[in-house]
Design a protein around this ligand. Sequence first.
Ligand code: AMP
Length: 375
Amino acid sequence: MNDQTSFYQDFTMNKNKKEKEFYSVDVGDSTFTVLKRYQNLRPIGSGAQGIVCSAYDQHLDRHVAIKKLSRPFQNQTHAKRAYRELVLMKCVNHKNIIGLLNVFTPQKSLEDFQDVYLVMELMDANLCQVIQMELDHERLSYLLYQMLCGIKHLHAAGIIHRDLKPSNIVVKSDCTLKILDFGLARTAATGLLMTPYVVTRYYRAPEVILGMGYQANVDVWSVGCIMAEMVRGSVLFPGSDHIDQWNKVIEQLGTPSQEFLMKLNQSVRTYVENRPRYAGYSFEKLFPDVLFPADSEHNKLKASQARDLLSRMLVIDASKRILVEEALQHPYINVWYDPAEVEAPPPVIVDKQLDEREHTVEQWRGSSSLYSYET
Ligand code: AMP
């Protein structure tokens, strides 16, 4: 008996029981059909994959977040992303990465199989909302430390995110932070023809924008952009498209050296060389004292450390950019260093072909993982 058959039998055996367990509720333009244990659904956000609600879980006696993946197998891009996210969420267990509590589908037969619901820990807000607040050095450095811990953990499992952004990072009022997603698959197309949903590129590193090879510190660039935004209160490189994204980077940081240009493929190099030349600004100019709380000697020191960290993260040439491990040791960050958080054993990702395989409804059907996970 193969997995698919056994899954099918499990599924049909539970059919009658499951029929009683679901109810539907309208949330905005969408209908959520969820297990009865989840009550009081309220919309809290939406992303490329669908709508997210908060709910009260009667079994666990706690509030949770429920994300509806609408027809995740409607095309290969959606199927691949949803499957990858589900598999990774189940494997990764770290306090700075969102945890999966349950996963279910309400459809009663394999033929009708449509939607998947992911139940996660509930957080209070995403980082976009936090950016609007005035943060002291303690909070700012603690948020950055947690981002770096989560990223280091993903890297240890061989997952390089490449698409970190404030909307995919969530926080609680006690300043704890979790990363919500796993970024771009190694084989993901980053360019045109992706999805009609507007893709935020502000935080993507030069090596992603310019289609170069990348290494783990590609994610440090994004942390630098996010830190800069928390300091400035506005997006650092608000490019209107792929091309403008690069313009915004060089206008502020300056045209990169010849050494960097030599790493580009011929057509991209020609484009980059033909841009106007910019000298860029010093980090004192880009992030002047007025942007930081610097009312005491201690805070002045912290402000200069924060600026130093920014200047090491926002480096166009990845070979000269600080590494995640080095950033965790930086004086602005290392005050929080806890080996249990930084050096947690890496998760084991069982599905080695996760990024290469194409996922269709057939794979979903065969994936007993959908029905076997619950806390
Ligand atoms: P996503 O579809 O994962 O991109 O999430 C879209 C938005 O929903 C996020 O930007 C958050 O504002 C919100 N959100 C998603 N998951 C959670 C969660 N576990 N706790 C709190 N808010 C969440």
